[in-house]
Design a binder for this molecule. Structure first.
Ligand code: NAD
Length: 497
């Protein structure tokens, strides 16, 4: 059995593990590796190494830092195939989707190659006679990144390129089910010339995450995962004096107006609901069909969804893989069963799907459920599976009320050909990322990513300009040189002229 170790101080590190996590291939149901679970001493070692490395790294010139980021960007491109195969084997998503997440993650490396521009400060000359002011943005220190299973390359890449390029050291805690892309990333940073200790990977269980949240050597925490854990991270991290951004779960809605091009909408809704087996925080699990367009829309979405080729992620032509594990499959199936027992109509049933040759894989086919009762857990919970729930509203006003009643506010979309309605939606909707005829409105990396309400705790969104702000502290420097005409010291707080 292959053992997956940590990565500390520029090399693999085994330390004194307190246990081993069985890393399964969701497409085969076979355990393919064992992941070491760090002890307190292992975490302490990683943080100590990171603190030491950060002090030197922060002194490295922006020219050198951006050069390393350029090299890293190229290395990620060169190793895209290898990284994508690791993702398929541990997450299950199909190969082209794995490539897609690496490409989107690489956008943040692109952004980090221009960190010199993002870090430009402000300067005002002569704010008083002979007195100038300028600002600096300096690194916060050691940043920990705690990541979910569903984007093993992209979500960490939302964090570490900006954290590192701004002069911090980084300790990445990958999800235990999908750790290998993080370890390949560590090797590539080393090859790119990043000094040892600036990027580290430490795997562990909940207890280790609790230690991360309390660790005096960690200054800031970027978390992406489910909302209940986001609350733990936010509350504990802030109590221990850390800067925290905690991105949580989602239950994204799209409104479909009766004036929209229904086939265009159906095609895009099918891809957004079932891509990556619905295991995206920006997936589209709910459609609110307005003004009676629901039955026609359901028929059209079904026509597209039926054609999706589900199977093992590396097999030719496969467009959708399994869900992550048996527990997840059972959870999703239970939600569909429950909605059905409450009177919902199963338009397309993915529950019986079996993939020949992969009978032990955790496969579920695309499932469409119409007239989903609003009190059913299929509607209220984050399903995180290949299920589309359809609900109905008579008017736009009723539909937007429905969308905004969700405790989550990650993404939201509208399909319409009416610019006036689109504009109202953009202003009315309580979500951080909004799509007009775009069902997965994930911002490019030079904008920032984040939701509202239970989908994001903390103040800043992730990557882009808000990422730079999160990973740096502001400093304002006021200076004068006594050779100039200077005022005598005064006890008054009045500004000198
Ligand atoms: P999760 O919350 O179970 O785990 C996230 C991380 O937290 C993992 O590294 C895990 O080891 C750790 N963790 C889990 N339980 C913990 C606990 N009780 N205490 C401390 N640490 C704990 O999430 P997941 O199942 O890996 O990922 C799916 C979730 O992530 C979904 O809710 C999805 O919407 C969300 N997600 C959100 C975004 C976003 O941008 N908002 C992006 C991707 C995924």
């Amino acid at each position: 059995m292959r053992t997956i170790a940590h990565w500390i101080d520029g090399k693999p590190y085994e330390g004194t593990p307190i246990g081993r996590f069985a890393v399964e291939n969701p497409g085969t149901g076979e355990v393919e590796a064992e992941l070491l679970q760090a002890s307190d001493a292992d975490l302490d070692h990683a943080v100590e190494v990171a603190r030491r490395a950060q002090k030197e790294w922060a002194k490295v010139s922006l020219a050198k830092r951006t050069e390393i980021m350029f090299r890293m960007r190229q290395l990620v491109l060169d190793h895209q195939d290898e990284m994508a195969k690791l993702i398929v084997a541990e997450h299950g998503k199909n190969y082209s989707d794995a490539v897609g997440e690496i490409q989107r993650g690489r956008e943040t490396l692109d952004f980090a190659t221009a960190i010199n521009v993002a870090l430009k400060g402000e300067f005002s000359s002569g704010i008083s006679t002979g007195v100038d002011i300028h600002t600096l943005r300096q690194p916060v220190g050691v940043v920990a990144g705690i990541c979910p299973f569903n984007f093993p390359a992209m979500v960490p890449m939302w964090m570490h390129p900006i954290a590192i390029a701004t002069g911090n050291a980084f300790v990445l805690k990958p999800a235990s089910a999908t750790p290998s892309a993080a370890l390949l990333t560590a090797e590539l940073y080393k090859e790119a010339g990043l000094p040892d200790g600036v990027f580290n990977v430490v795997s562990g269980n909940r207890t280790m995450v609790s230690k991360v949240l309390e660790h005096p050597g960690i200054d800031a925490i970027s978390f992406v995962g489910s909302t209940p854990v986001a609350h733990i991270v936010q509350n504990t991290g802030v109590t221990h004096g850390k800067r925290v951004q905690a991105l949580g779960g989602a239950n994204n809605h799209a409104i479909v107006m009766p004036d929209s091009d229904l086939d265009f909408a159906a095609q895009h809704i099918s891809a957004a609901a079932f891509g990556a087996a619905g295991e995206r925080c920006m997936a589209l699990p709910v459609v609110v069909a307005v003004g009676g367009c629901g039955p026609d829309l359901a028929r059209r979405v079904k026509a597209h969804a039926e054609k999706i080729k589900v199977g093992y992620g590396m097999d030719e032509g496969v467009e959708m893989g399994p869900v992550i594990d048996a527990k997840s499959k059972e959870f999703i199936t239970g939600l569909i069963d429950d909605a059905e027992s409450r009177g919902a109509e199963i338009v397309l049933d993915g529950r019986p799907l079996v993939i020949p040759g992969h009978e032990k894989g955790h496969f579920l086919g695309p499932t469409i459920v119409d007239n989903v009762p609003l009190e059913s857990s299929l509607y209220t919970e984050e399903v995180f599976g290949p299920v589309l729930a359809i609900v109905h509203a008579d008017t736009y006003e009723e539909a937007i009320k429905q969308v905004n009643s969700s405790p989550f506010g990650n993404g939201a979309a509208i399909f319409t050909n009416d610019g006036g309605v689109a504009r109202r939606f953009e202003l009315d909707v309580e979500a951080g990322m909004v799509g007009i005829n775009v069902p997965i409105p994930t911002p490019v990396a030079y904008y920032s990513f984040g939701g509202w309400k239970e989908s994001l705790l903390g103040d800043t969104h992730i990557h882009g300009p808000e990422g730079v702000r999160f990973y740096t502290r502001a400093k304002a420097v006021t200076s004068r040189w006594p050779s100039e005409k200077t005022y005598a010291a005064t006890m008054s707080f009045q500004r000198e002229e």
